[in-house]
Design a protein around this ligand. Structure first.
Ligand SMILES: NC(=O)c1ccc[n+]([C@@H]2O[C@H](COP(=O)([O-])OP(=O)(O)OC[C@H]3O[C@@H](n4cnc5c(N)ncnc54)[C@H](OP(=O)(O)O)[C@@H]3O)[C@@H](O)[C@H]2O)c1
Length: 303
């Protein structure tokens, strides 16, 4: 496989791409990459001012970029539903859906819907969003869904008895669980796409260790170390977005694959196909997680 670079990626003229958390960090770089290739990009963000600033940032680099802002708060299932309705009212096509927005190792909090916040933002809302947009993804030939996971998935366990911190809470434990859930969802979605014979790909990616705002609400030690550490052993957001862009754009990518950096401990480097834990490939666990996600989001997800 030759090394991926944006300059080698196919034109995305006429395509529609949606990126959650597009105002910052990896999401911004992903949206910028799609815009450079000519896609119309929907910036799915929770804060209009930040989204407008990101839009200006992209336009400064790609003056002809076609951009639209749609607001979504992934801490709220009602907001996800409203967003999906708004999207469906405006667009009849969705080529690239990037489930990027996330929070990391935040202090304990519950959402209005009763979810633990990291599970809500990183996983459950993206599960519901994909479900609600699936009819459009299904209609769009060769659509792709890219889920953001993390090296942290390796420490993750899906604890069905405590999935929303009903019994106890660990900030890093909940993050790892959420990122394992994103990866298992990506694999399970592809299995269901295959069974249904649909022309779509579900692919996962992780950015290694990338210098972004992700640790802003993490425990103080992680917050203090994240920036310097990501500069020393990790990479900048532009390079960190390359595995996502490869997963979304490279013609050689197959559904059910996982992309990350090829360097030491996958913290930085050129994007390549990477491996994930045995647990992430556990089919019965993934099916149970899918059913539990349907139950908790209150919506059956038929692929
Ligand atoms: N950076 C890394 O080293 C690393 C490593 C592994 C995985 N990842 C994954 O990469 C993804 C992007 O992270 P990043 O590093 O780019 O972090 P970031 O710079 O903090 O960006 C996160 C994005 O998610 C948005 N977001 C947070 N809560 C939201 C909510 N309730 N509703 C809608 N959007 C929300 C943020 O919006 P606001 O600006 O409004 O907060 C921001 O746009 C995450 O899924 C993360 O788990 C990152």
């Amino acid at each position: 496989m030759s090394k991926f670079s944006l300059s080698k990626a196919p034109s995305q003229q006429g395509k529609i791409a949606l990126v959650t958390g597009a105002n910052n960090g990896l999401g911004f770089e992903t949206a910028l990459g799609f815009a450079k290739l000519g896609a119309k990009v929907i910036l799915a963000c929770r804060n209009n001012e930040k989204a407008e600033e990101a839009k200006r940032g992209i336009l400064a680099k790609v003056p002809m970029a076609e951009l639209d802002i749609l607001l979504i708060d992934l801490k709220n299932l009602g907001s996800v539903r409203r967003f999906a309705e708004e999207f469906k009212a405006k667009y009849a096509q969705l080529d690239l859906l990037v489930l990027n927005a996330g929070i990391m190792a935040t202090p304990f909090s519950k959402t209005e819907d009763g979810f633990e916040s990291q599970m809500a933002v990183n996983y459950f809302s993206h599960f519901l969003l994909t479900n609600l947009l699936f009819p459009i993804l299904k209609k769009t030939t060769n659509s792709r869904i890219v889920s953001l996971s993390s090296i942290a998935h390796k420490n993750g366990k899906i604890d069905f008895e405590n999935i929303n911190a009903e019994k106890s809470y660990s900030d890093w434990g909940a993050y790892s669980q959420s990122k394992l859930a994103c990866l298992m969802f990506s694999y399970e979605l592809q299995r269901r796409i295959n069974s249904a014979g649909i022309n779509a790909k579900s692919v996962a990616a992780h950015p290694g260790l990338s210098n972004t705002n992700l640790a802003q609400n993490s425990p103080w030690i992680s917050k203090v170390l994240f920036g310097p550490l990501s500069k020393i052993i990790g990479q900048n957001a532009k390079d960190g977005a390359l595995p996502t862009l490869m997963a979304a754009l490279d013609p050689s990518v197959k559904g059910g694959e996982y992309y990350g950096p090829d360097g030491f401990m996958e913290a930085k480097g050129s994007p390549t196909k990477v491996k994930s834990t045995g647990r992430s490939h556990n089919v019965s666990l993934a099916q149970k997680l899918w059913q539990e996600s349907e139950r908790l989001t209150g919506q059956e997800f038929i692929v």
